[in-house]
Ligand binder design. Structure first.
Ligand code: SF4
Length: 308
């Protein structure tokens, strides 16, 4: 049985993790296939989309909105690394430019979204990110919070052998031991389209934490920064038990499709957000030859997945 909780970055004042961090910031590579919330949601939405992303691993060009989400997540993570009294809007917005410089250095291909490094466009894009940061401060005061960790990599193996893996934006743990899972939503898509997917993702994390710590999280909190609203949900154990069975069924269906290569398209209104219409039979395209089930890992999430 595997049970892991790795905080990705830290040096956060007053922060502790209940399980010791790995000596490195990142989880080890070369891991066996796992189910992540993003890839499970892909398979549920459209098995062929799952194949393109997890099996063929066809790169997708991020949109500026996705990239802005990644940037805002990074800024909020850095904000919580500051002493509590310094977590104010001005300070958070000062973090935007250095965080963008850091991301562009790590992923130079992302800067291609701004042809000729047009400073005017970059600055208007940074302004739109600043609005999301302001919207965050309309929802809570981070000076009053002392999260256990931000951007936490979690991994656990269910009794059935299904490996679950994902990243949690923020984990708040009360002195009484009650756990709150927080996820920031920054996407441009209408909230109603993403809400079921977001709740699926939160229940996924709730199952992982319940299995890691033996405690059902007290609250799952979604913070929609685009429209400045929050949604809180309290799961219970019977519900998580049922959800665990759903995850096991999804993984078995993925493995069956993986053995045969039979990943069928499932068209819906979400096709409008799909990068793969040109190779999708539902849109007159032809998928590339099936490359076979990937090893070692079909479950990874990208930073862009985590910033939807
Ligand atoms: S276009 Fe629609 S049906 Fe085709 S792969 Fe994408 S999500 Fe699936």
């Amino acid at each position: 049985m595997v049970s892991v909780l790795w905080p990705r970055v830290h040096g956060m004042a007053g922060t502790q993790t209940a399980i010791e961090p790995s000596p490195t910031d990142e989880p080890p590579r070369g891991r066996r296939p796992a189910l992540s919330p993003s890839r499970a949601a892909d398979f549920k939405q459209c098995p062929l989309l799952y194949r393109f992303r997890a099996v063929d691993r066809i790169p997708e060009a991020p949109s500026r909105a996705q990239l802005r989400g990644t940037l805002v997540h990074s800024v909020l993570e850095k904000l919580f690394a500051l002493p509590q009294a310094e977590r104010v809007p001005e300070k958070a917005k000062e973090l935007l430019e250095p965080a963008w410089a850091e991301l562009s250095e790590e992923r130079p291909e992302w800067t291609e979204l701004f042809p000729d490094e047009d400073q005017e466009e970059i600055s208007s894009w940074l302004d739109s990110a600043a609005k999301l940061v302001d919207s965050y401060f309309g929802l809570e005061d981070p000076r009053r919070l002392d999260p256990e960790a931000c951007e936490v990599h979690v991994e656990t193996e269910l009794g059935s052998g299904v490996l679950l893996r994902g990243y949690i934006d923020r984990l708040d743990v009360a002195p009484t031991g009650e756990i709150r899972v927080v996820d920031y939503k920054t996407g441009a898509a209408p909230r109603e389209i993403g809400e079921a997917k977001a709740m699926f993702q939160m229940k996924f994390y709730a199952v992982v934490l319940w299995r890691l710590r033996g405690v059902v999280p007290r609250q799952l909190k979604l913070m929609y920064l685009t429209d400045g609203q929050a949604l809180a949900y309290t799961p219970d154990e019977p519900e998580l038990r049922r959800f665990e069975r759903t995850l096991e069924a999804i993984w078995q269906a993925i493995l069956r499709a993986g053995r045969t290569g039979d990943f069928r398209p499932s068209p819906s209104k979400l096709c409008g957000w799909c990068d793969h219409q040109s190779r999708c039979p539902s849109f007159g395209g032809t998928p590339p030859e099936y490359p076979g089930w990937p090893e070692p890992d079909a479950g990874d999430e990208s930073p862009l997945d985590r910033a939807d």
